[in-house]
Write a protein that binds this ligand. Sequence first.
Ligand SMILES: CC(C)[C@H](C(=O)O)[C@@H](O)C(=O)O
Ligand code: SF4
Length: 458
Amino acid sequence: MGRTLAEKVWEQHVVRRADGEPDLLYIDLHLIHEVTSPQAFDGLRLAGRKVRRPDLTIATEDHNVPTVLGPIADPVSKAQVETLRKNAAEFGIRLHPMGDAGQGVVHIIGPQFGLTQPGMTVVCGDSHTSTHGAFGALAFGIGTSEVEHVLATQTLPAYRPKTMAIEVSGELPFGVTAKDLILAIIAQIGTGGGQGHIVEYRGQAIRNLSMEGRMTVCNMSIEAGARAGMIAPDETTFEYLRGRLHAPTGQAWDDAVSYWKSLRTDDDAAFDTVVEIDASTLSPFVTWGTNPGQGAPLRDAIPAPEETSDPAAARRALDYMGLTAGTRLSDIQVDTVFVGSCTNGRLEDLRAVADVLRGRTVTARTLIVPGSMQVKAEAEAEGLHEVFKASGAEWREAGCSMCLGMNPDTLAPGERSASTSNRNFEGRQGKGGRTHLVSPAVAAASAVTGRLTAPADL
Ligand SMILES: CC(C)[C@H](C(=O)O)[C@@H](O)C(=O)O
Ligand code: SF4
């Protein structure tokens, strides 16, 4: 019987297999950031071990960095960043510190440098490592003790998850984006829907997505509970990679491409679970609750808790969000708009925002935060920053920013945001903050009107 993409990449990396034990996988790329690495390096030091493959390990500062130039004021954040610098220097690991041209959110810089490639195993002490699956890599988040294991051995013991196909047929209607698609998928299957599975996104609508869009989709696999998300590599993938800093060149490129072309699910392979979605029925999608599965089409109203799969959770969420069932989603007023994160902090996202903001003025506090310093430079080369500033939005330095409350960019208690990030848990963007997850285009239109708005309704 044929094999799925996930099975092919997994099998390719098994260095040891024994009955009743997890497989030992070889790891091709290990990404590091300041929050989940300190104890791992401490462990290495205690054991007197070195980093096995510093050349396959790359570090960046993202979660704790301020997005306005200047020193880090918060002592915990400052200590974490300084510890990462010390560890990178001591263990010989390439680090992109604050202010460096290569700095950025960990899941933005891997693809940007061409480090993330089809067929690789990619890990990081960070749940959104699933982003890299957009290239047909097997990429997943690991815990800090596993970070230590990978640092020491370049391998990881793991049990193979089940496989799930999410078949997205048809085409996304005009104005409907990858973010709307993944929010709709999570609303359909639930935040536990992908549990225990590696998801492969397939079908016409997925093939039509750009690499940026594919990364947005794979990024949020974890919000559906999946271990990883993958998309088979194709011409879109190869075109994106060609010429990037760490992409192969010459004969090695040709060899790589012919191998990458084999990385697709065989026609006679079977998935453990199959989910089907018709892209042509979708429209701009937003969340109203406190988990990414509590979402609905923006043209609809907030559902009655009894109509949802978990009425008690819906009631709690509406209470926290200060919302009432039956309210039209497009009547919800927002104080703040955040554009950025590893979900939607890439150049294509910023272009989508600029297309809406050009010649318009924002009425809500609007933070536009590039996912990396390279994205920032590329956006500025196109003059996007001028569009943002002219509209009244703030244009910042790269970092995780308001995606999570680990740096100065936070919501105040009760403050409500439209955010292009991936999590809307209670307090995610700051204690008492209320988050609506949206696409970049909806974020921009909402910044203009001060309420959740689709660009088509401006
Ligand atoms: C801080 C980090 C461990 C965390 C994660 O694992 O995802 C963060 O990136 C997040 O998005 O919540
Ligand atoms: S941008 Fe957000 S989701 Fe991505 S790594 Fe940073 S905190 Fe996590």
